[in-house]
Design a protein around this ligand. Sequence first.
Ligand code: SAM
Length: 287
Amino acid sequence: MASGYWELKKLPPMSAEEFDSWQSLLESRTGMTLSPQRKTFLETSLAMRMREVGCDSYTQYYEHVTSGPNRLVEWAILVDRLTVQETRFYRDPAALELVRDYLLTRPAEQLGSRPFEVWSVGCATGEEPYTLAMVIDDCLRSVGMARYYGITGTDISTPALEKARKALYGERRLADLPETLRDRYLERQPNGQWKVSQTLCERVCFARMNVLELRQAPLHGMNLIYCQNLLIYFRRWRRKDIVSRLVERLRPGGLLVLGLGELTDWAHPELERIPSEKVLAFIKKAH
Ligand SMILES: C[S@@+](CC[C@H](N)C(=O)[O-])C[C@H]1O[C@@H](n2cnc3c(N)ncnc32)[C@H](O)[C@@H]1O
């Protein structure tokens, strides 16, 4: 496979049939769809990886990914290259404000005496779950409530989760984060990066999970499920399917937050939509 002169050879453009095969593989394994406009992105991403492993045709690499001896490892690497992991701290202030209101306005008995359990679905490199931890910690402090909370961030990309566990971020990812939260929960490192404080890290854990396999997810009775900027890559029927699965994991009275516009004209018999033009969020009805 590998050849010293491979770099000199240019890959021929991907044929329509090849594009269809790759798009079907990606969709069946991750749910993500790739429109024909993203063909160049697919070609470039595959070509980079093919150069690394020394494959010189899309078909040969397809075989390598689907039936080669290292197919599982290869797929894990490739899926990381093909998913969009754009994220940042405090990405959606309106949704975070709603989480804050939810926490501060619920009577304590509705929140229950159990730990406050949060799930960030499609958490990428961790900025979202750490932001949720900051908001929750800040709320609890402001009302002097000593309540245990735990946040689980899940994603399909193993490399993204490795970065999340390191909890080290460059300045750019912090651009939207209010300074008060930044100064309380992040520590500036000598190299200019920012490290999430140990107190927050102890509350947040990460696990690899494919949202197409939610039936196997060991997470139940969540108080808050936060799923933003993941469903947009999926077909509408799949979005509805995934969100219905998430509803099963929410406890009565729990809060579900999606990205605005990610699931329009949709209702669920167990959910009540929170009236807001800025946030797409629902409360699970009590039985
Ligand atoms: C654009 S990021 C969103 C990050 C964060 N939720 C936010 O809003 O800033 C989308 C994430 O979804 C993940 N993803 C894509 N398909 C997935 C799947 N089938 N299961 C779990 N995560 C998936 C990607 O790896 C990526 O990290």
